[in-house]
Design a binder for this molecule. Structure first.
Ligand code: ADE
Length: 429
């Protein structure tokens, strides 16, 4: 009998988790093809892997794919609130994959689980937010030279890793999976766009039509959510710090203003910036009674929750699942003595905390890109340098091609004449 280490909520939850994994699998045809290829080629034979990802049905299918490729893989959560406990149970019970993750785990347990994943002695790692890499540069720095490569799934992680690279201290080769077009153009835009709204609605049951919805950040995630919220009848307001993105939002037809202006009129606020303290005390001070505030960025730092807590004379926890009511004394009003501000999912990413994260169909592309990038690392003849690399273009093309095929979409091919024309400069007016 193989002795497997794990730390999950309850292994008896596995039956429900298995059904979810199988349901997601149906919408992940590209990953299915990659799995078939891995079963034949075994790119990870004899290699240990650790993946710090949101433990969802989609991640389970990625882990199964890597295992099919010969990897000895362990998983830990990349966020304390995003674990699907039934999926974790099925991974352990039905797929014999070690998992260290419990939904709602405290910070100490979260880090204990990360350490357990690194104690597995992986030579390839995957991160969603760069937490494993961060440990590989502190407590586990002696292990860092053994890492052949590490994949990074999210914008926030890539930002952290590029600054590590710029400081000259990066000790591990990184593949910036987030920056692949087969990831961010689809996962960030359509995945975050839809699942963030899904999380907000599941948590609050509010009607979006007619509401002033304030979105901080107009990257791919903000754009995706803005378009979807507008489609549901919301009046969408964008706040930005980047002139070009602000202009783009304005010309896409959204209202664009500073957060100080937007704070006075917003009914619902969502941060999607990857930055810190985007909604602060001065903004809470002018918000309307009943304003709802949430975050869809990777870390829970975008909303200044300590400031909100300090302003509150009372906090009513869990007035609904994932909704905390902050009762704030109001100033300068004769009639009203207090107002309520509602914070969702403790400021953690609402789409994974209150909903199920991005739908499988879009994770199909992200995780096929992940899996193929990992195989590229495993099969590299020469060890990669300690740099942040882009995903090789042929991997992007392969994933896009397979996805189109699975959708039954055919596209045109360049004719020899067109190919020649595109390579020439002689033909003009
Ligand atoms: N990130 C966003 N949605 C996700 C999902 N469904 N699974 C894993 N990671 C995710």
């Amino acid at each position: 009998m193989i002795f497997m280490k794990y730390d999950i909520k309850n292994i008896k939850m596995s039956a429900g988790g298995k059904k979810r994994i199988e349901w997601a699998e149906k919408d992940m045809p590209v990953l299915g093809k990659v799995r078939e290829e891995f079963l034949n080629k075994k790119p990870f034979a004899g290699k240990k892997m650790a993946a710090c990802l949101h433990i969802t049905a989609e991640t389970a299918n990625l882990a199964r794919t890597l295992k099919a490729g010969g990897a000895d893989i362990v998983l830990c959560a990349s966020n304390p609130l995003s674990t699907q406990d039934d999926v974790a149970a099925a991974l352990v019970n039905d797929y014999k994959i070690s998992v260290f993750a419990v939904k709602g785990e405290d910070r100490k347990t979260y880090y204990k689980h990360l350490r357990a994943a690194l104690a597995h002695k992986p030579v390839i790692t995957m991160d969603d937010g760069a937490d494993l890499i961060s440990l590989l540069h502190s407590e586990f720095k002696n292990w860092a030279p053994r890492i052949l490569g590490s994949m990074e799934e999210t914008t926030t992680g890539v930002i952290r890793l590029k600054s590590l690279e710029e400081s000259g201290k990066l000790k591990v080769p990184i593949i910036a999976v987030n920056d692949a077009r087969t990831k961010n153009l689809f996962d960030n835009r359509y995945g975050t766009g839809q699942s963030t709204i899904d999380g907000i609605i599941r948590a609050t049951d509010i009607l979006l039509a007619g509401k002033n919805v304030v979105l901080a950040g107009y990257g791919w995630c903000g754009r995706g959510m803005a378009t979807r919220a507008r489609g549901m009848g919301a009046k969408v307001i964008i706040t930005e710090v980047d002139e070009i993105k602000a202009l783009e939002a304005a010309m896409d037809g959204f209202a664009v203003m500073s957060m100080s202006q937007a704070a006075k009129i917003g009914d619902l606020f969502c941060t999607l910036t990857g930055d810190i303290r985007v909604i602060r005390k001065e903004h809470f001070e002018v918000m309307k009674d009943g304003a709802i505030v949430c975050n869809s960025g990777h870390f829970d730092v975008e909303i200044d929750i300590p400031a909100l807590a300090k302003m509150a004379k009372k906090i009513n926890k869990n007035v609904r699942n994932f909704v905390d009511e902050y009762v704030i004394k109001t100033r300068n009003t004769k009639t009203q003595k207090h107002k309520n501000i509602y914070l969702l999912a403790q400021g953690r990413l609402i789409n994974l905390a209150a909903a199920e994260g991005h739908p499988a169909s879009v994770m199909d592309m992200s995780f096929s890109t992940q899996a193929l990038a990992a195989a590229y690392v495993a099969e590299s003849k020469k060890k990669l340098e300690n740099r942040v690399y882009n995903v090789p273009a042929d991997i992007e093309n392969q994933v896009a091609k397979l996805k189109l095929k699975s959708m039954g979409i055919e596209i045109d091919k360049l004719t020899p004449e067109q190919e020649k024309y595109l390579k020439s400069w002689e033909i003009g007016t």
